[in-house]
Write a protein that binds this ligand. Structure first.
Ligand SMILES: NC(=O)c1ccc[n+]([C@@H]2O[C@H](COP(=O)([O-])OP(=O)(O)OC[C@H]3O[C@@H](n4cnc5c(N)ncnc54)[C@H](O)[C@@H]3O)[C@@H](O)[C@H]2O)c1
Ligand SMILES: [Zn+2]
Length: 342
């Protein structure tokens, strides 16, 4: 099924429930360069026959300007000109790098994505943010630029390591919690093993989540309102992720548990137990013993604006996220009370 997202000055065509084979009808093989990583290449290279391929080392550690420079050198060697299309085939690391390279190579060439992790399908490939890390600073440089197309072939997920499924479901549960109560109910009826076995349901779930994020971005291009809701669980999550070597999914799961606790306090939210139970049903951690003081210090530093409060994302009810300004000093207090309850 084909859908379009209409951004301010770009249109992205989403090919849902599709097959990688369709790519050859979207692009011209001769003037297309596939950018992928070593894991995806090793497992799926038979699909890439007849295309130019650039294979990156996998992992966040290689989401750097050095990798970008190396991709650019390889494009020059291939004599890629402005008529070329770059296609990022991989997880969020590959799609972030590909979008960035395509935005700067020869001042911009066409690009598209074939996301191959659940997280990239429902989150990273959508919204036009791309770029790389600088040292410890995540996504420090980059551009905002929409892909021409995103092709969804969920058969890539057959080789996805189990831990990567948890990361994807953490973002899916986030979407359900802030915007989609019906999806929350559906998720309550199943589990990861169910979606792994039922590909039609998995495709529909991917589509629902990709469109949910896509519409949020289309309707809030300058990140003034609803797009902030996508940070649900991420404020505390980011502060915990590096500190305790958690995966992104694990970190935001703990972040969401704290956010529903705070929602009880600020919004009389009554469904905290249901959110915690759903996270646990999808194999995500719901308790972590963390140091509230060091965590608060990191959280405070991460804050992008110098003001005395944080615009925290809380829930009024399942499916209805909202922005609650909370004074920094109150967050410090909440964190230590929450930690004692754990
Ligand atoms: N641009 C955005 O809006 C946005 C949003 C969310 C996340 N991100 C970025 O996305 C990145 C995280 O994405 P990710 O979780 O997909 O990580 P990733 O790209 O590192 O992929 C995770 C692992 O899965 C492997 N892999 C990918 N597809 C596979 C497959 N089909 N079979 C087997 N192995 C496979 C990869 O090689 C890697 O080892 C972060 O850098 C984050 O900043 C960007
Ligand atoms: Zn996230």
């Amino acid at each position: 099924m084909r859908k379009q997202l209409k951004f301010l000055n770009a249109i992205t065509t989403l090919h849902f429930a599709s097959s990688f084979k369709l790519l050859s009808t979207i692009v011209n093989k001769k003037t297309t360069v596939l950018i992928t990583d070593e894991h995806v290449y090793e497992l799926h290279q038979s699909k890439f026959k007849g295309y130019h391929c650039i294979v990156l080392k996998s992992g966040e550690a290689f989401k750097t300007q050095a990798t970008v420079d190396s991709v650019i050198s390889q494009l020059i060697l291939l004599q890629a000109d402005r008529t070329y299309t770059l296609v990022g085939i991989g997880g969020g690391v590959v799609t972030d790098i590909t979008g960035y390279v395509a935005s700067i190579y020869m001042r911009g060439v066409a690009f598209g994505f074939v996301p191959t992790t659940l997280l990239a399908m429902v989150d990273a490939s959508i919204g036009g943010k791309n770029g790389v890390d600088v040292g410890h600073y995540k996504n420090m440089i980059g551009t905002t630029n929409q892909p021409h197309f995103i092709l969804y072939d969920t058969t890539f997920l057959k080789t996805l390591p189990q831990a990567e499924w948890y990361n994807g479901f953490a973002e899916i549960i986030k979407h359900a919690a802030i915007k989609d109560a019906a999806m929350f109910k559906q998720l309550q009826q199943y589990d990861i093993a169910y979606y792994q076995k039922h590909s039609a349901d998995l495709q529909l779930l991917v589509q629902r989540n990709a469109l949910l994020k896509g519409k949020v971005v289309v309707n809030d291009p300058f990140e003034q309102g609803d797009r902030k809701l996508l940070n649900f669980g991420h404020t505390l999550g980011h502060a915990l992720e590096n500190q305790y070597q958690l995966s992104h999914g694990e970190a935001i799961s703990i972040g969401m548990c704290f956010a529903v606790y705070a929602s009880q306090r600020y919004a009389n939210f009554k469904q905290a137990a249901a959110v915690v139970a759903l996270l646990s049903q999808y194999q995500l951690p719901t308790q972590l013993s963390f140091d509230p003081k060091s965590t608060f210090d990191i959280l405070k530093m991460d804050k992008k604006r110098a003001s005395s409060d944080i615009r925290y994302i809380l829930l009024q009810r399942i499916g209805k996220g909202y922005i609650q300004p909370i004074a920094l000093k109150d967050i410090a207090g909440l964190l230590s009370v929450y930690q004692q309850l754990n």
